[in-house]
Design a protein around this ligand. Structure first.
Ligand code: HEC
Ligand code: HEC
Ligand code: HEC
Ligand code: HEC
Ligand code: HEC
Ligand code: HEC
Length: 511
């Protein structure tokens, strides 16, 4: 049927010769294979879509293939069709004296009419499908399932922690991308690189933190939270259990001075004072833990610079480093991916009655087992099980038999706590991914508020125990209780003299 499509007479655009079903310029290898590719992609997309719709397959790969990869082939196929036709026409033009720029469509010619309907109809179907398909692709690449499970082990820590956090219903993209086309495109570009780096095993373990180009929190966090309007203090209660046999209980109540960014006329004050003031800082390490230089610009435009007395960074050197404007992420760097230290989560479980308080030495034992170095999660879970059993069998044989059920429960909890906070395969734990809120196990607030940062006039960035929270009450290990709304003097649980007044807490508690 395409016998004469190469004939000069025909290629002039005037239909003639033997009738063909489509304009003859379509009959070339490139266009035909393009059409075949496009047709095949459509069939496959429909097939996968039906499979996902009617089957109960939950594979994330299916979504990527159906909504991202196949439409890509479809577009390539269609483009090939067009390129083939154009090339064919150009070749004919070159071989002829009188050429026409565009093909002449003659609706009186049944071949042309048929081709127009076919191409036009095909185009409409394609438009509908691709609109639907790209919406599906858009939705799909925005879903938590896509972000959290496509790369299995890579995102497992982030996805696990996210699922246990108050932001579980917020969605990865609300924090990582935000709204608007610009960051969508940016994130898909870097996402494409990430897919590549996972496929070819080029990503770093642990994944690098902080994220260098995280969208400024004004466009993400501040769409839901508005610290300008925060107010007042928040009561926080802490329960602790000692490392000795008796797991001695003691407790602490702090009023967190949440404060406000100063909406409604009140001066900015308390913890969220920073959000209403321009605080810029220079960090000398990639994790932003070492901050020797801090600048505030007051409302009157006056600058105040605090420099760490422990660093010899000069102003010239500081000027050469990134000057970061403090925002939410400089404190809330783990708002949803919390990787807690073992001691904190074991304390919580004992306080909640999930781990029996009267199992001798249970606090110390579980913390030690969870803190040890492991290569894989399986190795850790086995060690927690074996370690706990052998401890009671060897040291407390009578407890091992009488309290078997409590010991089993304690092992189960410790394994769960390990699985949700520590990820040996990815090198993720509280040490590698330090949380900047607080100051016990990581430098946190004490990166600046360590009492070592001073202005030239000798003004010190305060480390006063009642600057950020009021210590309302403390129950000591002896059972003695102190309480005062105006604040009580802190008593460290172990007798370490005045060490805690000068040494940063994390220097002893960071391990
Ligand atoms: C409440 C906001 C929020 C949500 C929701 C959220 N993230 Fe994050 N994510 C962050 C912040 C903040 C950081 C740390 C940024 C920094 O330190 O630079 C981060 C860091 C990360 C990192 C880098 C490694 C790390 O832990 O620092 C990865 C990977 C990540 N998130 C993946 C995800 C995935 C996958 C989801 C959804 C399952 C998700 N995030 C949901 C706020 C969020
Ligand atoms: C789409 C809305 C949304 C976005 C975006 C969002 N959050 Fe939240 N955030 C919430 C909700 C809802 C809660 C849960 C409130 C509750 O349970 O009381 C919450 C809780 C919190 C809490 C208290 C959590 C706790 O452990 O008690 C903090 C802190 C917080 N968000 C910080 C952030 C930061 C920092 C960001 C940006 C990286 C952010 N949020 C982005 C909606 C959001
Ligand atoms: C100087 C560090 C710092 C900065 C900057 C900061 N926060 Fe906070 N924020 C805190 C601390 C500390 C708490 C109390 C944490 C706790 O109770 O464990 C807190 C509490 C919160 C809470 C929970 C409030 C409540 O009443 O429970 C939200 C939500 C929150 N911050 C959001 C934000 C957002 C959004 C930003 C950025 C605009 C921001 N924060 C900036 C340190 C900071
Ligand atoms: C990058 C340095 C830096 C970090 C990190 C930092 N701060 Fe600050 N903070 C400052 C500076 C600078 C001031 C203002 C000192 C002054 O008044 O000259 C300040 C002041 C404060 C104030 C007093 C606000 C007022 O009412 O005047 C509180 C409360 C506070 N910070 C809490 C915190 C908490 C809580 C954290 C940790 C979650 C923290 N800060 C982390 C730099 C920092
Ligand atoms: C710059 C602000 C700031 C200063 C100064 C400060 N703290 Fe804190 N502290 C915090 C924050 C924020 C937390 C909350 C951490 C959390 O989310 O539980 C905290 C928590 C604590 C906790 C509970 C820790 C835990 O995880 O169990 C203790 C104990 C404590 N502070 C004692 C002190 C003592 C003692 C001092 C004085 C040497 C002091 N703080 C000075 C901000 C501060
Ligand atoms: C010289 C080392 C040292 C310094 C500095 C230090 N501590 Fe401790 N702290 C200890 C030891 C030792 C224990 C008991 C062992 C344990 O529970 O980890 C302890 C226990 C604690 C506990 C109970 C821990 C738990 O998980 O049950 C808290 C809370 C605590 N210290 C708070 C602080 C605070 C807040 C600071 C800083 C203001 C601080 N410590 C500074 C050595 C230190």
């Amino acid at each position: 049927m395409s016998a004469n499509h190469e004939s000069p007479k025909h290629s002039a655009g005037t239909p003639g010769g033997k009738p063909t079903r489509l304009p003859s310029s379509f009959y070339n290898v490139i266009s035909l294979s393009g059409a075949a590719l496009a047709g095949l992609s459509v069939v496959l997309i429909l097939f996968l879509f039906a499979l996902e719709h009617f089957g109960n397959t939950e594979s994330p790969y299916m979504g990527i293939i159906a909504f991202v990869i196949l439409p890509g082939f479809l577009i390539i196929g269609l483009a090939m069709g067009a390129i083939g036709v154009l090339r064919q026409q150009r070749r004919r033009r070159l071989g002829l004296a009188h050429t026409e720029r565009l093909p002449r469509i003659d609706f009186n010619d049944p071949t042309h009419l048929r081709a127009t309907f076919l191409v036009g109809g095909g185009f409409l179907v394609f438009l509908a499908l691709s609109a639907f398909g790209s919406y599906q692709a858009y939705e799909y690449t925005e879903s938590d399932k896509f972000c959290g499970t496509t790369c299995h082990t890579v995102m497992k820590p982030e996805y696990t922690a996210f699922n246990a956090s108050p932001h579980q219903r917020v969605g990865c993209v609300k924090c990582h991308i935000g709204s608007g086309a610009e960051w969508y495109v940016r994130s898909k570009l870097s996402g494409a690189y990430q897919v590549y780096s996972v496929m070819f095993n080029k990503y770093s373990r642990p994944i690098e933190t902080p994220i260098k180009n995280l969208r400024p929190s004004r466009d993400t966090c501040e769409q839901c939270h508005w610290p300008e309007h925060f107010s007042g203090e928040k009561l926080k209660s802490y329960d602790y259990y000692g490392r000795e046999e008796g797991n001695t209980h003691w407790s602490l109540k702090l009023a967190m001075k949440i404060g406000s960014g100063g909406a409604g006329g009140a001066e900015a004050h308390g913890i969220h004072w920073h959000t209403a003031n321009q605080v810029t800082y220079v960090a000398t390490d990639p994790k932003r833990l070492d901050i020797p230089w801090v600048k505030i610009v007051g409302k009157d435009g006056k600058e105040k610079i605090y420099r760490s007395t422990e660093s010899d960074l000069t102003d010239e050197q500081a000027a050469g480093l990134e000057q970061r404007l403090m925002d939410c992420i400089d404190c809330h760097n783990r708002p949803t991916h919390h990787y807690n230290p073992p001691s904190r989560v074991v304390n919580k479980d004992i306080a909640n009655g999930l781990i029996a308080h009267d199992l001798p030495g249970i606090k110390n034992l579980l913390v030690d087992l969870m803190q040890a170095e492991y290569k894989t999660e399986d190795e850790a879970l086995a060690a927690i099980d074996a370690g706990t059993r052998s401890f009671y069998n060897e040291e407390h044989a009578e407890v091992a038999t009488a309290r078997a059920a409590d010991i089993d429960a304690a092992i189960g909890r410790a394994q769960l706590l390990f699985k949700t906070n520590i990820f040996p395969e990815m090198g993720v734990n509280w040490r590698e991914f330090p949380d900047h809120i607080g100051h016990l196990t990581t430098p946190g607030c004490f990166r600046c508020h360590d009492g070592q940062h001073q202005t030239d006039d000798g003004e010190v960035l305060p480390r006063d125990c009642n600057l950020c929270h009021t210590i309302l009450s403390q129950t000591r290990k002896t059972g003695e209780e102190t309480m005062s709304l105006a604040s009580v003097e802190y008593v460290h649980p172990e007798d370490i003299g005045d060490e805690w007044k000068t040494t940063n807490c994390n220097e002893c508690h960071g391990e």
